[in-house]
Write a protein that binds this ligand. Structure first.
Ligand code: UDP
Length: 327
């Protein structure tokens, strides 16, 4: 069985990717330092506990498992935190990726799938963002990810390393079978925080800013279901294994929702009120981020199937009813 090294395989998106890879006939080898991930989320292949700052640990994992590809999810991903501590983001995200990419080349692995982000585009007045839109990140998280994209292009020019880069929009939902789900500590994302407030686990959801130039004053985001997102990764892996070469794909639906619209959808799904307080803007937040994802559909044959707000909130709500990972 062909193996894939999945960095961040114990995390939210990485654990769902491991499930999708296993279903597609690959053996996912999760490489994770468990700083934000959960050993219990690693269910579909082995867990190698290691850190991307430790080059020897990466070399050892690649030598032991001889994967056909590396899928790189492991990263710090909080916009607000990246604004307060940019060095952390450049060190861990960009420095960790440099170690990983160098080790991948040294091990003779030729295929690399990278989790990038719509945060690399920055704030562009609500235009639909295509893969050709110039990248102008406005926070250190987006900057650290754009640097990794550049790194992959430079390494690809110098060595036989091909890459597929996915720029994610806002990932939400959980495995509909409930095997894995989203659990961050601390939680900072809109949908899980909202559902915690609905469940009475926190007093209220704070809406970050109501004075944006949008239809109701709150930020617009393009939400994509995690199972659809990881399905694209399997397609991206096959793309590389078929020798189709380097490519960047956005992953979103092309439809944006305001924070208030997400709250409305939650009412419809849960039949409960969302306790809300109004707060100020969060530093680093773009007004609107909406994907032009035609490329993934046209070239990869990607078809998002669960990425309606109702489905994403419903699957996340079902997951929050389960006992959490104990850690
Ligand atoms: N948001 C909010 N309250 C929260 C968390 C998030 O109003 O407690 C807003 C945030 O300003 C953004 C959207 O919800 O407009 C999505 O934020 P999230 O942190 O989920 O993802 P991001 O867009 O930062 O990747």
């Amino acid at each position: 069985m062909d193996r894939v090294l999945v960095t961040g395989g114990a995390g939210y998106i990485g654990s769902h990717a491991c499930k999708a890879l296993a279903q597609a006939g690959f053996l996912p080898v999760a490489f994770d330092n468990l700083s934000t991930g959960w050993a219990e989320a690693v269910k579909f292949g082995p867990l190698v506990r290691g850190d991307l700052m430790d080059r020897a640990a990466i070399d050892a994992a690649l030598a032991e498992h001889r994967p056909v590809a590396v899928m790189h999810f492991a990263a710090l991903s909080l916009v607000g935190e990246s604004m307060k501590d940019p060095a952390l983001y450049w060190r861990v995200n960009t420095g960790g990726a440099l170690n990983l990419i160098e080790a991948t080349v040294a091990a003779g692995v030729r295929n690399f799938v990278f989790s990038s982000t719509c945060a690399t585009y920055g704030d562009q007045d609500g235009v639909v963002l295509t893969e050709d839109t110039p990248q102008r990140p406005i926070n250190a998280y987006g900057g650290s990810k754009r640097a990794i994209e550049d790194m992959l292009r430079d390494f690809g020019a110098a060595y036989p390393l091909n890459h597929v880069i996915f720029r994610y929009f806002n990932v939400a939902g959980a495995d509909p079978e409930g095997e894995v789900g989203e659990q961050h500590w601390p939680e900072t994302h809109l949908i899980p925080l909202m559902l915690e407030a609905v469940a009475g686990k926190r007093p209220a959801l704070t809406v970050f800013g109501s004075d944006y130039a949008t239809r109701d004053g709150t930020c617009v985001r393009d939400y994509v279901h995690v199972t659809d997102l990881v399905e694209a990764h399997v397609l991206g892996l096959r793309w590389l294994l078929d020798g189709k070469g380097d490519r960047v794909f956005n992953l979103g639906t092309g439809i944006g929702f305001t924070v208030r619209e997400v709250i409305e959808a939650s009412r419809a799904v849960t039949n409960r009120e969302v306790p809300v307080t109004e707060g100020g803007r969060r530093a680093g937040d773009a007004t609107a981020l909406i994907s032009g994802s035609d490329r993934a559909t046209e070239e990869l044959g990607w078809e998002p199937r669960r990425s309606t707000l109702r489905q994403m909130i419903g699957d996340a709500w079902a997951w929050t009813q389960k006992p959490p990972y104990a850690g």
